[in-house]
Ligand binder design. Structure first.
Ligand SMILES: *Cc1c(COP(=O)(O)O)cnc(C)c1O
Length: 362
């Protein structure tokens, strides 16, 4: 026996670990955290009430397949419970989908500025990430289709996309699906579906419920205001859902998340109210930042992407904001080194960002 050390699989060395959005390091100041696309107002009061009741069942294993949540999703979106599986955030479901369908020699395809977890989980599975060029920071269906080959297993499309905020209209998503061979999965990541107000957008649920190869992913982490809970869901053909059930851990969604998530789902009134507040702030921030001469993409997410022209200026502004305890997202890792992603905070927080930004520009 040689005296060598344990070695992780060598292909894991290509993974750059995901860096979460920054927050304050001083416990004595309340930061303005606009770096993780959270909902500054938090979740439904009914969800918080459910959280307190959930304390009474911590000593029991939770139901293992999220039956109540899946039945509620059937009520809301149609299909049957076997069209749905829940996960510890949609992140987990992205990972499980890749794990179930791809391995060494397979390719996973996504647009240039796509959500980072697609790449990370692809590399973790030993598969190969492939990116397709975007046009004006928007996913390009022709470029995606041109990159498809016999090794392609899954095409990921966040619609709307994080961090660009851009989206594809329903006609473009349908064109992508129509030209994709049926053995390739089209995974539509709807993390920001609740934030969309574009009239030509569709959430993809009709396709996920009727096509054998369309998957929709959703989360409670963004507009629902429950990221610490770790809860997301997937809708797809029953055969895909079954594959996920085979690879997931038996209690992947904790019991508290199941109880609180159900209460949040049932309070659509609160969600609707939050959506109204967010849409108003998004329009306001887009307009105000543009008035300062900043290039801001039209966004369909709960954030805006500001292009400040150079990397130096982006770094300078982020450091300046941080001095005022304002934390935004550096998106260099998304190949957008001159951009800053700003989550919509409360009205007061956004006003503060604008005031500090003006000061820093002067
Ligand atoms: C935030 C985000 C997710 C993951 O959120 P979870 O907290 O894991 O549910 C997935 N996709 C996109 C595009 C996101 O921005």
């Amino acid at each position: 026996m040689t005296n060598s050390l344990p070695t992780a699989k060598p292909y894991l060395a290509a993974i750059k670990p995901y860096k979460a959005g920054k927050t304050a390091r001083h416990p004595d100041v309340a930061p303005i955290k606009l770096s993780s696309n959270e909902n500054a107002y938090g979740p439904s009061p009914k969800a918080l009430e459910a959280f307190r009741t959930a304390a009474g069942s911590l000593h029991r294993y939770a139901e293992s397949s999220c039956v109540a949540l899946r039945e509620e999703l059937v009520q809301m979106h149609g299909g049957t419970p076997d069209h749905y599986v829940c996960g510890a955030g949609s992140d987990e479901l992205i990972g499980l989908l890749i794990h179930a369908y791809a391995g060494a020699g397979d390719e996973i395809l996504f647009p240039e500025h796509a959500f980072l977890m697609y790449r990370i989980y692809t590399l973790a599975a030993g598969a190969t990430p492939v990116t397709a060029k975007e046009v004006n920071r928007r996913a390009d269906v022709d470029a995606l289709l041109a990159a498809v080959n016999e090794r392609t297993k899954i095409v990921f499309l966040a619609n709307p996309n994080n961090p660009t905020g851009t989206y594809l209209p329903a006609t473009e998503v349908k064109r992508l699906r129509a030209h994709l061979p049926q053995h390739i999965i089209l995974a539509l990541d709807g993390a920001y579906t609740e934030c969309v107000d574009a009239a030509d957008y569709e959430d993809g649920m009709a396709q996920a419920l009727s096509m054998p190869n369309v998957v929709v992913l959703r989360t409670f982490s963004k507009l629902y205001g429950l990221p610490a809970l770790r809860l997301g869901w997937m809708c797809a053909d029953a055969s895909i859902i079954e594959a996920i059930h085979r690879v997931r851990s038996p209690f992947n969604v904790n019991g508290v998340a199941q109880i609180v998530g159900l209460a949040a789902l049932r309070d659509q009134e609160y969600l609707h109210q939050q959506r109204g507040l967010m849409l108003h702030q998004r329009a306001f921030m887009t307009k105000e930042l543009r008035a300062l001469g900043v290039h801001v993409e039209d966004s369909q997410g709960n954030f805006v992407l500001a292009d400040v022209g150079t990397r130096e200026e982006a770094v300078r502004l982020m450091a300046g904001l941080e001095q005022h305890h304002i934390y935004v997202r550096d998106v260099e890792a998304y190949y957008l080194p001159t951009c800053i992603r700003i989550t919509m905070g409360t009205e007061e927080e956004n006003q503060r960002v604008l005031a500090v930004w003006k000061e820093l520009q002067a």
